[in-house]
Design a protein around this ligand. Structure first.
Ligand SMILES: NC(=O)c1ccc[n+]([C@@H]2O[C@H](COP(=O)([O-])OP(=O)(O)OC[C@H]3O[C@@H](n4cnc5c(N)ncnc54)[C@H](O)[C@@H]3O)[C@@H](O)[C@H]2O)c1
Length: 550
């Protein structure tokens, strides 16, 4: 079940990080420190950012990242001392979280900060000056701290007691055990490679440690983004250190605009710097973007090295993680440069879905619903369990993710290189990819697939299939998961002409005519190579609101 974030605020030295880590451990939730996130994103320390760009620029960077982490669910987040001073930061953080203000007396803060020169706003020649600066900051900020807080805690005692007090006052209980435990395996057999997809709940550390111990890698490198590193990379690294496993991290920006050759080139540079060789292991830790880029880097660096994929979004777990499609975008062409390069292992940990922002969870549901339409029986299962899925009930999610992986495995095994049978997996994607490109990648992949799936049904109606009832059920389910079912629902305009142009450029087009994946029923989806009549008019009608009726 997803829960609100716990957000720790207060002046430097108030114990946000220490108390936050204790709370996260007690609740068995991920922990994120905003200051570390800023440093890892900018690849500079905070004093360096202040010195190089000044406070205003630092606040801009902080704000951008605050708004991003505010969308997380189920996390414990320690803020910087000044984060709450910007109204947009306060607003976004309070949407999904309970803000706790840690307010120990100034003398306690001073004692904790003695000898600490890493806080630019408290830089002082002696203790007296530091005390004055601290007092001034306190006076400037106290009202905002108090107004923003859902809970104020003195935090003067030891951090363990402060953490307990916070849990008690937020009516939360420490967890002795995880609420659910399961692990299962699906073996994917392809011509190029056989590999396991291990699916379970809280399994990452154990499965990866075991895999690494069984192999003799010359080095191990995680490719991930700074946010995912904090949520899942840091705890993984801690376990590896305990077990004597050395591991390095390469950071990427996991945004669609950066799923390109420039990011790939940076990864190669880092690999060279870290001495990655043919016996190294790459771990792609993140969503579909990370898997696609890191997987393509693994496929091409030194003609291919081993890689493990740890998909952390619902979309990546049910779709991107199986099948070995790895790619980057190129000159507006989605996934235009890529390869088929199967991973050596996939570790799908359902617990990772719990921190997903609601919108990204919904994006994943677009692929889940697409899979369900292809598979048939799963569609009913999702309709019946829609509420539990939306609440992110762990057991329900495990079953859904497992079924999707099993279905994808069967298709990939029959057609690894997407030459015939696998093409049905592109239901909603021909339109979807064109929408993504025509929107300049403003629309997310999941939203695009959602609208694209509806368009595919409308196309089917235009071809004379009687699927109005099924179309309504599909639209109802997509809407239930907050997905758009028409371009008109988007907050920006995408020109039909643009969509058509991109459709005709689709890389799966044969002689300029894209192939369409057309549903004939729930559980019966076919590849149609030649659509009758004028393609542009047909597409225009499929994009039309009334699609299929006129
Ligand atoms: N290779 C394939 O077969 C395949 C299949 C489908 C999609 N894709 C590709 O996948 C990409 C979309 O991937 P996506 O939807 O997984 O998202 P993503 O990789 O774009 O990530 C979206 C956001 O979610 C964040 N995130 C990831 N995991 C998180 C977690 N557990 N908690 C909180 N935040 C988390 C990321 O930091 C990022 O900000 C597209 O580029 C698409 O082309 C590839």
């Amino acid at each position: 079940m997803v829960e609100k974030n716990i957000i720790l605020s207060g002046l430097s030295g108030s114990g946000k990080t220490t108390v936050g880590k204790i709370i996260a451990k007690k609740l068995k939730r991920p922990f994120l420190d905003l200051d570390i996130l800023i440093e890892e994103t900018e690849r500079m320390t905070i004093p360096e950012i202040f010195q190089k760009f000044g406070e205003e620029k630092f606040r801009e960077i902080e704000s951008k990242l605050t708004i991003k982490v505010a969308e997380l669910r189920n996390s414990v987040i320690a803020l910087g001392g000044g984060t709450l001073m910007r109204p947009q930061n306060r607003e976004s953080l309070k949407k999904n979280g309970n803000v706790v203000f840690l307010n120990p007396p100034l003398d306690t803060l001073l004692k904790r900060l003695q000898g600490d020169d890493t806080r630019p706003l408290l830089k002082a020649d002696d203790i007296k000056e530091k005390k004055e600066k601290l007092k001034k900051l306190y006076e400037e900020r106290i009202n905002t701290y108090l107004e923003s807080a859902d809970l104020v805690v003195e935090g003067d005692e030891n951090p363990e007691r402060t953490a307990n007090k916070i849990l008690e006052q937020l009516f939360l209980q420490a967890k002795e055990e995880h609420d659910f435990s399961i692990i299962d395996k699906i073996i994917v057999k392809t011509e190029s490679k056989n590999y396991e997809v291990v699916v379970g709940y809280i399994i990452l550390h154990e499965v990866l440690t075991d895999y690494i111990k069984r192999n003799n890698f010359s080095s191990i490198v995680i490719v991930t983004s700074p946010v995912i590193n904090q949520l899942f990379g840091v705890p993984l690294k801690e376990v590896f250190i305990e077990k004597g496993i050395d591991i390095k991290t390469v950071f990427i920006e996991d945004v669609e605009e950066k799923k390109d050759i420039s990011t790939l080139s940076k990864i190669y540079d880092e690999f060279i710097k870290l001495g990655v060789d043919r016996k190294s292991l790459i771990i792609a830790l993140g969503g579909g973007i990370t898997g696609d880029v890191a997987g393509f880097a693994a496929a091409t660096y030194m003609r291919g090295i081993k890689w493990v994929y740890v998909p952390t979004t619902l979309l990546a777990q049910v779709d991107a993680s199986v099948g070995g499609k790895v790619a980057v975008n190129y000159r507006g062409g989605k996934n235009l440069i890529g390869a088929f390069y199967q991973p050596d292992l996939v570790v799908t940990d359902i617990s990772h879905i719990f921190t997903l922002p609601d919108k990204i969870f919904s994006d994943g549901m677009a692929e889940v619903i697409k899979t369900a339409i292809l598979q048939g029986g799963l569609f009913k299962n999702i309709e019946e369990n829609a509420i539990k899925i939306k609440e992110r009930d762990s057991e329900t999610l495990f079953n859904i993710v497992y079924e999707c992986i099993k279905f994808k495995k069967e298709i990939v095994e029959k057609d690894e290189r997407d030459e015939d049978k696998r093409m049905v997996l592109n239901l909603g994607h021909t339109f979807g990819h064109a929408l993504e490109a025509a929107s300049g990648y403003k629309i997310s992949h999941g939203q695009a697939v959602s609208i694209g799936t509806v368009m595919a049904f409308k196309l089917s109606l235009l071809l004379g299939n009687n699927l109005q009832k099924e179309l309504e059920s599909v639209k109802k389910l997509l809407s239930f998961f907050d997905l758009p079912v028409s371009v008109k629902e988007l907050p920006y305009k995408i020109e039909e002409e643009e969509i058509s142009n991109f459709l005709l450029k689709d890389k799966k087009a044969v002689a300029g005519r894209p192939r369409f994946i057309v549903p004939y029923d729930i559980g019966d989806v076919r590849v149609v190579e030649k659509l009758p009549g004028d393609l542009k008019i047909l597409l225009k009608n499929a994009m039309d609101e009334k699609g299929g009726k006129n």
